[in-house]
Design a protein around this ligand. Structure first.
Ligand SMILES: Nc1nc2c(ncn2[C@@H]2O[C@H](COP(=O)(O)OP(=O)(O)OP(=O)(O)O)[C@@H](O)[C@H]2O)c(=O)[nH]1
Ligand SMILES: [Mg+2]
Length: 219
């Protein structure tokens, strides 16, 4: 890994984002990038705050397009970070106003992305902290589990949940996703910056693994 970093003695690294560039919008499988670089995939329902989180994480105001109209990110958008890692903004699922055929097309695109050949993918599944895990979120989580992936869950828009309710909200998300598995949930707010450090810690831990958890498929 070539990410310039400074250890702070706490087992995590401060990542300096020297470059972050949008490099591709994939509308079809043939557009997918597959060049061996590790991928950090951001998934979640439409409007959950994927693009906003990505911008915040990379310290860029408007790299990924943010909109108040859900369902705006329709392609799989690739961003190259420090030349060595790909950040992948996936189209949001569950956009109510999308037509049935549109939804089916998005579903196929997302599935093709995850079910491609083995490669290193770290899944960050975003769930609205206030709304909690909806049936669609649970379905998505189960889908990743069926591929042998354990997503790291990010509870977004945490600024909308008061301190007093915070613990219950996060625990509720974890329990809804899996009653038996210990799901790690990171509270995040693009407004306050809360959770940025925890997110980078999770990402760098993944990147530091020699092989990284591969995207498993049944042999
Ligand atoms: N209060 C608050 N609002 C947020 C936060 N993050 C995002 N938002 C708002 O939520 C809305 C949706 O954000 P996006 O980043 O576009 O969401 P998205 O998941 O990329 O949406 P799609 O591309 O449609 O799937 C925008 O109006 C953001 O300003 C946050 O941390 N706090
Ligand atoms: Mg988006």
């Amino acid at each position: 890994m070539e990410l310039p970093a400074a250890g702070d003695g706490e087992g995590w690294r401060t990542v300096k984002v020297n470059s972050a560039e949008f490099i591709r919008a994939a509308h079809h499988v043939r557009d997918f990038l597959c060049d061996g670089r590790p991928e950090i995939a951001f998934v979640g329902r439409s409007n959950v705050g994927k693009s906003t989180l990505l911008n915040r994480l990379l310290g860029r105001k408007a790299l990924a397009r943010v909109s108040s109209t859900p369902g705006r990110t329709r392609a799989i958008n690739y961003f190259e970070v420090n030349s060595s890692v790909l950040f992948v903004d996936l189209p949001g699922f569950g956009y109510a106003k999308a037509s049935k055929s549109e939804r089916a097309a998005w579903g196929r695109l997302i599935e093709s992305y995850f079910e491609r050949e083995r490669r290193r993918v770290f899944v960050l599944q975003l769930i609205d902290a206030k709304v909690g895990a909806t049936p669609l979120d649970v379905q998505a989580f189960d889908y990743f589990r069926s591929l042998g992936l354990l997503p790291t869950v990010v509870a977004t828009k945490a600024d909308r949940v008061g301190r007093a309710k915070r613990h219950a909200a996060l625990a509720g998300i974890g329990a809804a996703l899996s009653p038996d598995l210990k799901v790690s949930v990171i509270a995040f707010s693009a407004r306050s910056g809360e959770g940025t450090r925890d997110l980078w810690r999770a990402i760098t831990t993944f990147l530091d693994e020699p092989q990284g958890p591969p995207l498993h498929r049944a042999p």
